[in-house]
Design a protein around this ligand. Sequence first.
Ligand SMILES: Cc1cc2nc3c(=O)[nH]c(=O)nc-3n(C[C@H](O)[C@H](O)[C@H](O)COP(=O)(O)O)c2cc1C
Length: 370
Amino acid sequence: MTRHDDPLFQPFTLGELALPHRVLMAPLTRSRSAQPGDVPQAMNVEYYRQRAGAGLIFSEATQISPQGKGYAFTPGIHSAEQIAGWRRVTDAVHDAGGRIHAQLWHVGRISHPALQPGEALPVAPSAIRPEDAKTFISADSGMVDVPQPRALEAGELPGIVEQYRQAAENAREAGFDGVEVHAANGYLLDQFLKSGSNAREDAYGGSLDNRLRLPLEVVEAVVGVWGKARVGVRVSPTGSFNAMHDEDPVATFGAFAKALDSIGIAYIEVVEDSFQGNHETGRPEAVIDAIRGRFAGAYIGNGAYTADEARQRIADGRADLVTFGRPFIANPDLPERLRSGVALNEPDYATFYGGDEHGYTDYPFLEARD
Ligand SMILES: Cc1cc2nc3c(=O)[nH]c(=O)nc-3n(C[C@H](O)[C@H](O)[C@H](O)COP(=O)(O)O)c2cc1C
């Protein structure tokens, strides 16, 4: 296959963004913000600058408020210092010819009083403890169990929507090209979407329409700031990470996709495979059909893709674009490597979360750069 007809290296227009190719960088928490304050710092600038060759970068999940934080050392986008830190990141990516969306994150019940303002309990749609879910509260204590959360009062929900709206404004100020609403992997909006974590009896739970309500209000608020062409949503319909379960992912995520289509956002990114490794069950084709059949915007596939599988899925019309996570951790120049078919560096799992430049900005490029 020549570069000319390689499906991965065809340009794509995502909303208002012209992407040179389809190899995108997935959102990747690396837990290396400056302390105190959870502020993006120089090594983060360098890390993203190195990866500016991605068709589009999705930033690591970024907490929209102090309440939205669930892990030590993750960056936020709610203080002036954080916005200034992100501005240095986006400037570096743009100067290197790249594009970057911010992934907006509220963890909901996946947190701990040690991380919450006033040592409060984490909040969730319902007071259901995610069994076996853990979080990371400090370098000393390592991974700890998350407690039973407090159910949000209906009167608090407009405040949650406002946290997202404000964070979307902050992302504009920080120079991002758009935003991705994180509704995947067992965090707050996923907790509202899925039947296993949402047992509310008000307008925000129970029926399928009710479970979609808060995530849709959030998307509307973010679109109000950015316009629909600069907004996408990430979902993980069949993901079980963080003790998640939905009784009917085809119905839930088909309906969500239809509602997102009415709003007219640019894309849905779908985690099709758990990075904890459920590859043997295959990609959830029925859910993918349900989403693609109801959503006219771009479909971005994610999860344990190889270059060849990504090519095949794009060629078969199963995805428009693909995000790569772990391969981008270990290969800052991943698109160049996939284009030329050379070997990839292997990621070092021990340095995924926290630490310094080692395992972060010191993975080798194909050739020395100037
Ligand atoms: C170290 C690490 C951090 C991650 N952080 C995030 C995150 O911040 N937001 C998110 O939506 N997914 C996150 N994920 C999931 C990845 O975006 C992706 O879905 C997963 O790694 C599967 O893709 P891959 O097989 O290409 O790595 C993370 C995964 C890893 C390995």
